[in-house]
Design a protein around this ligand. Structure first.
Ligand code: NAD
Ligand code: IPM
Ligand code: MN
Length: 342
């Protein structure tokens, strides 16, 4: 049988605290099903402060040689914002062409939602992963002067958007068959119009799937007033980033929100990570919820085709939350409780 190679990048802050639990869950879920071999990468703030390295070429090549990547989080208050986020995390997403950023949100039984009447919440955000305002196109002119001009240009290609649109419709076919495009086409008339035309075109290939449209500002309202209306939310890189943090909050906290940065061609490894960051405000306090990282391991298993192993994780997480979701527990306690149910 094939041994699957997994690159593990815990990164910074709570990334280092939650990732070991994701790896343990992966290992345990795959027992008797698949062999995994792990390669750890010392990348992130400590490494950068030590020797200035962010993502050396040879290490990136070694990461690429893996079947999938498990990542914690990057970012550290001692380091200027953007250095690690762009140089490490976004570089991996871009270089490995992880164009689908898949972010499911589900309200588990036993979790207290901040909404008074949450109803059933079960939707997936299909966020574009390699374009838009994240491209790094732009710059600062006359920096530090009163005449400073700062630009970031949003780049949207038909090729890049269409593959994400198609993925969203294919995903909707396996779900409740509804796609909501979220954009700001009343203002961003170029990109918004292109996204809408691609949705109309691709949507015509999926007659069973209905689709509608929301402006991003209204979408943030519906996410709290009527989240049950959403099945598959399709959106660009920045809107998807913002909306999924809100989605995390609505289902009880980003500590439950997993994601996959997916290259659906298998040309490059896909990367699985909680949607949250390094949380310097709670790092080192054993307060981080490892559930999002553990659910990211389940997404990794699904991606590699081990659905039954992934289900083991899902069932353990569901049972854990149903019974103990409202109790205050340390990272280690949650991790151990979930593993014990597998
Ligand atoms: P954050 O997601 O780290 O934290 C936001 C809030 O959520 C904080 O109050 C934090 O305590 C809480 N939180 C996050 N994860 C939690 C968990 N598992 N359990 C319990 N509470 C949790 O976002 P931020 O504070 O805006 O960013 C902190 C750093 O992380 C920054 O450097 C940022 O760039 C980086 N970041 C990295 C990633 C990533 O690596 N994918 C994602 C987001 C932010
Ligand atoms: C996320 C994060 C990243 C993003 C940052 C850290 C680059 O917020 O994964 O949601 O904006 O995609
Ligand atoms: Mn984010």
């Amino acid at each position: 049988a094939k041994t699957y190679k997994i690159a593990v990048i815990p990164g910074d802050g709570i990334g280092k605290e939650v990732t070991p639990w994701a790896q343990k869950a992966l290992e345990q879920a795959a027992q008797g099903v698949a062999e995994f071999e792990y390669e750890h990468f010392d990348l992130g703030a400590e490494r950068y402060l030590r020797d200035g390295a962010i993502l050396p070429e040879d290490e990136e090549a070694r990461i690429r040689a893996n079947d999938a990547i498990l990542l914690g989080a990057v970012g550290d208050p001692r380091i200027k914002a953007g250095i690690l986020e762009r140089g490490l995390l976004l570089k991996l997403r871009f270089d490995f062409d992880q164009y689908i950023n898949l972010r499911p949100s589900k309200l588990y039984r036993g979790v207290t939602s901040p909404l008074a009447n949450p109803g059933e919440i079960d939707f997936v955000v299909v966020r574009e992963g390699t374009e838009g305002l994240y491209c790094g196109a732009g710059g600062a002119v006359r920096r530090g002067t009163p005449q400073e001009v700062a630009t970031e240009v949003s780049i949207n290609t038909a090729y890049g958007a269409e593959r994400v649109v198609r993925y969203a419709f294919q995903l909707a076919m396996k779900r409740r068959k509804h796609v909501t495009l979220v954009h700001k086409k009343n203002v961003l008339v170029n990109a918004g119009d292109m996204w809408q035309r691609l949705v109309d075109k691709v949507g015509a290939e999926f007659p069973e799937v209905s689709h509608d449209y929301c402006h991003i500002d209204a979408a943030t309202i519906y996410l709290v007033s009527d989240p049950g209306r959403f099945d598959v939310i399709l959106t660009d890189n920045l809107f998807g980033d913002i909306l999924t943090d809100e989605a995390g909050a609505v289902v009880g906290g980003v500590g439950y929100s997993a994601s996959g940065c997916i290259n659906a061609t298998d040309e490059f490894p896909s990367m699985f990570e909680p949607i949250h960051g390094s949380a310097p405000d709670i790092a080192g306090q054993h307060k981080a919820n490892p559930t999002a990282a553990i659910l990211s391991a389940a997404m990794l298993l699904e991606h590699l085709g081990f659905d039954e192993a992934a289900q083991r994780i899902h069932r353990a997480v569901e049972a854990d939350i149903a019974e103990l979701g409202s109790t205050a527990r340390t990272t280690e306690e949650v991790g151990r409780d979930i593993l014990a149910r597998m």
